[in-house]
Design a protein around this ligand. Structure first.
Ligand SMILES: [Zn+2]
Length: 475
């Protein structure tokens, strides 16, 4: 492990790796491309789970669990789906020392196994809607991997639903995108652009894919979550039929939606700085740490008593850590909490106590003295202000690095020298989309819901376009 964090300006990608190491979020596994999620990283994942489970359940969804092994034949049933996933699949051919009659795929996603079960469970309109989510690991054989962003095995949740009508399924698809948007914006303080994927970028087997696109500090795009509308494609393949209200047999309409631990990569790359991880207070497993300024070989009981009382007062409002270790100096501790991103540090020393004050040090560098009697109010204020200010900084970056461009040659020069989101006119053809990708590595991140609708000329072929789409390089 490098003993310092590489500055972002020097090497953004090394900076990212250093933050993960120094904040003890994850480590490389013995198997290339796999990641060990350490307690600090897992605690962040639990924040994702906790917040989303609350929202999923409020909207009528339930959690369930399906096996990680999928019969190979299942994956072959839907043409686009198999083409999309087969190259990335890990396949089990032997078990218990014998060759298996049918190979088993380690799930790259669970549409097929879940739908095979839904065909047994759904018989009547009374069985609908089916609103199930699972938290699971999935496996995709990646050649080039990066912690959280692209790993062979990763954690995610995948929701899979069945509905009576197209209208209901389409509403569900957008409702779930909206739940992700609320979480990413309000808890992780990451501004995103919601929109629709083009044919070439959508999920294998979906009729529509919706997504949230965020901008990282290096101005590259990161897809934060997706929600897919399947229509009846999988229902027809897996024969998920029900008797409708008029006693007619119908296929169900379906959706699936997911967010993976990539979102932790987004969190890191949106807010962190050259000193370490930066966590917005609502995303922090522990938002407040109290560091007493203790003196070796002296009686520290007065300071410790006050710190314990502070912790008790704050606990009903926030999770608080009191770091009363004597074996480490206050300076060592300050450094450690800067690396691990704790949003607010409370420092209390004997001299402060004599004056009835303590020091609040925010992770973004702002420091203030507060009266002990005003502690709770001030802690709440500082945390809520920090949450807003991190969001605002990320929002400003997104806004300032989103450009309108009309000339292909200028765009090529610009994106080469400076990443960012480029709002370009596009005729809708795959050929033009591919040409941009081949020449610049930028892809259409989304057709934004808030699209700039205006007539213009496709940036590549100059045919008519009715609106701008967002091109960017992405993770
Ligand atoms: Zn074109």
């Amino acid at each position: 492990m490098a003993d310092r964090i590489t500055p972002r300006k020097e090497d953004f990608s090394q900076w990212y790796a250093d933050i993960i190491q120094h904040a003890k979020l994850a480590d490389q596994a013995p198997v290339r491309g796999c990641l060990v999620l350490r307690p600090n990283g897992y605690a962040l994942w639990e924040v994702v789970q906790g917040e989303l489970n609350k929202k999923f359940k409020e909207t009528g969804h339930q959690n369930a669990y399906f096996p990680m092994f999928i019969p190979e034949s299942f994956l072959n049933l839907e043409k686009d789906h198999v083409e999309g996933f087969a190259p990335q699949c890990a396949v089990v051919t032997h078990g218990g020392g014998k060759k298996l009659e049918e190979a088993l795929i380690i799930r790259p996603t669970s549409e097929t196994i879940i739908n095979s079960m839904y065909s047994k469970w759904v018989k009547s309109y009374r069985d609908l809607p089916v609103l199930i989510n699972q938290w699971a690991n999935v496996c995709r054989w990646e050649m080039r991997t990066r912690p959280f962003l692209r790993t062979m095995e990763f954690l995610w949740q995948e929701g899979h639903t069945c509905h009576e009508t197209e209208d209901e399924a389409r509403k569900e698809t957008l409702k779930m995108l909206d739940i992700y948007l609320g979480f990413v914006r309000d808890v992780f303080a990451i501004p995103v652009i919601p929109g629709r994927k083009t044919e070439s970028e959508k999920f294998a087997g979906a009729e529509e894919t919706y997504c949230l696109e965020a901008m990282m500090q290096d101005k590259k795009a990161l897809q934060a979550a997706t929600s897919h509308y399947f229509g009846q494609r999988f229902a027809k393949v897996f024969d998920i039929k029900f008797q409708d209200r008029n006693s007619q047999m119908q296929y169900v309409y379906q959706t699936s939606w997911g967010i993976s631990w990539r979102i932790l990569g987004a969190l890191i790359m949106t807010h962190s700085d050259d000193q370490g991880l930066v966590l917005p207070p609502k995303a922090a497993p522990i938002p407040v740490v109290i560091v007493p300024i203790l003196q070796k070989n002296k009686d520290n009981s007065e300071v410790l008593n006050v710190c314990n009382k502070m912790k008790e007062e704050l606990m009903p409002h926030h999770r608080v850590l009191l770091d009363d270790r004597l074996e480490h100096s206050p300076g060592y501790k300050f450094n450690e909490y800067e690396l691990t991103g704790i949003p607010l540090r409370i420092e209390v020393g004997p001299r402060d106590l004599a004056n009835g004050i303590c020091v609040l040090a925010r992770r973004d560098g702002k420091k203030s003295q507060v009266k002990l009697s005003e502690l709770i109010v001030r802690v709440n204020e500082e945390l809520s202000d920090l949450q807003k200010s991190l969001y605002n900084a990320a929002y400003e970056r997104l806004k300032n690095n989103t450009h309108l461009e009309n000339s292909f040659s200028t765009f090529k020069e610009k994106i080469e020298s400076e990443s960012g989101f480029y709002q370009l006119h596009w005729c809708g053809s795959r050929a033009c989309e591919d040409k941009v990708k081949d020449e610049t590595k930028a892809t259409i991140r989304c057709i934004p819901f808030a699209q700039i609708r205006e007539t213009g000329k496709c940036i590549v072929c100059e045919k008519e376009s009715t609106g701008r789409v967002i091109f960017a390089k992405n993770y």
